[in-house]
Design a protein around this ligand. Structure first.
Ligand code: FAD
Length: 390
């Protein structure tokens, strides 16, 4: 039976959910707080199951068209000495495929796929929700009142609707500034050959993705609140990398002045239940592992498909559909969030001693060890791939 579904938040998670749910014939309304979409952000590495789901949606070609070349990544010390080099083709052997794409590029592909079928109301948020016996009454910030069968809350890590209507969650703070951006300018780096500097309290990635474009991302340990971090990003960045080589410093300076930059404080949501009545959390709003897990987008896309899968399995019982989605997601979330914590500890060492330990271990790792480190944490079981609940 057709349901009225409101999706609040038109990011990667919300748009993917809209594609699946509208394909099933549901009447979908999408709202987003922003006044237009931003192309800001770093690169997203869409892994095996994320790519497969994009294939199923018939979006492979569009995904490839927006993707960036990736050959090798060198992990280096600040003196440029290589710790470990990883070849992407080799790394992908165990996971079939992965696609490197800018967040804006992936978002664009999803938006193009849905924009003809579903209208997106920008500059609109949920003002109030009222649970009635057989539906939820939603008052929007534009004054409209709409009755819906399900509200999908895909508002990202800092979701207001989750904060207001879900009590039983915690926000895990990694006390780390995250900056991801792209800079359109020519450079002398080799396209597709990436460099990641590992250092005490920070990590810097430089990804030349075209002759005239570089993607840059960094993590810097910071105990300031999010507002202070956003207001002081330029000085935090400059102070953190002041002793790096001149080319790096110039790049960061150019990024701040001319780049498209996304800044946040790394965190993730832990909640024992993604469902509250006819409200369901999807994507970063409910379970984002930090950017360090590299799985935020893939997991959002997977979650959207999983929710749609159970909506189809229980067409007349939204509550059971949502409960099943929650049951499927919880162990997966736990796995990826654990990876994120481990990655944070390894790749952003807290002391010189931790740095040395990590560098020595990573340097000595064999190809097999590296394969394990990079690919084992990101696979799903067959049951999880098929949405089978045990
Ligand atoms: C502009 C931007 C740049 C990003 N850059 C990076 C990056 O460089 N690296 C990285 O790892 N991750 C980045 N992310 C986060 C990344 O997209 C997510 O981790 C992942 O793709 C999961 O997506 P999501 O849809 O759950 O959340 P998000 O991508 O955060 O999308 C949430 C959407 O909800 C909207 N929204 C927020 N609050 C409300 C509200 N109250 N009501 C209605 N709408 C609301 C937002 O405008 C946004 O469109 C970025 C996100 C955004 C929005």
């Amino acid at each position: 039976m057709k349901k009225h579904i409101l999706i609040s938040g038109a990011g990667i998670a919300g748009l993917t959910a809209a594609i699946f749910l509208s394909k099933q014939g549901h009447i979908v309304t999408i709202i987003d707080r922003s006044t237009s979409f931003s192309k800001a952000g770093f690169l997203i590495s869409l892994k095996s199951f994320g790519v497969k789901i994009m294939d199923e949606l018939g979006l492979t070609q569009n995904l490839q068209a927006e993707s960036s070349p990736s050959e090798t990544v060198h992990f280096v010390e600040t003196n440029e000495e290589i710790i470990q080099s990883i070849n992407y083709d080799k790394m992908n052997e165990n996971i079939e495929r992965s696609v490197l794409i800018s967040r804006g590029g992936l978002h664009h592909v999803l938006h193009e796929a849905i924009k003809k079928n579903v209208n997106i109301l920008f500059d609109t948020t949920i003002s109030q929700l009222e649970e009635l016996e057989d539906h939820t009454k939603v008052t929007l910030s534009n004054g409209n009142i709409i009755p819906v069968d399900l509200v999908v809350v895909s508002e990202g890590l800092r979701s207001d609707t989750r904060n207001k209507y879900f009590k039983n969650f915690q926000q895990e703070d990694f006390n780390t500034l995250y900056l991801g951006g792209k800079l359109k300018q020519s450079h002398s780096y080799n396209v597709g050959v990436f460099k990641i500097y590992i250092d005490v309290h920070k990590m810097l990635s430089i990804y030349p993705i075209a002759q005239d474009e570089i993607a840059i991302q960094c993590y810097i340990r910071s105990f300031e609140d999010i507002g202070t971090i956003k207001n002081n990003t330029p000085s935090i960045l400059k102070n953190s990398f002041h002793d790096y080589n001149g080319q790096v410093q110039k790049l960061l300076n150019d990024l701040l002045n001319n780049g498209l930059v996304f800044v946040d404080k790394m965190g993730m949501i832990n909640t024992p239940n993604l469902v509250n009545g006819r409200l369901v959390l999807l994507g970063d709003a409910g379970y984002c592992p930090t950017a360090l897990s590299g799985m935020g987008a893939s997991l959002s896309i997977y979650g959207a498909k999983a929710l749609a899968h159970f909506m189809e399995e229980y067409p007349n019982d939204i509550l059971t559909a949502c409960e099943s989605y929650n049951r499927l997601m919880q162990p997966i979330i736990e796995k990826f969030q654990t990876n994120a914590r481990n990655n944070a500890a390894s790749f952003i060492p807290k002391s010189e001693a931790d740095l040395e330990k990590f560098v020595n271990g990573f340097r000595a790792a064999t190809d097999n060890d590296v394969q394990k480190i990079m690919t084992e944490p990101i696979v799903l079981t067959e049951d999880q791939t098929n949405f089978t609940l045990n």
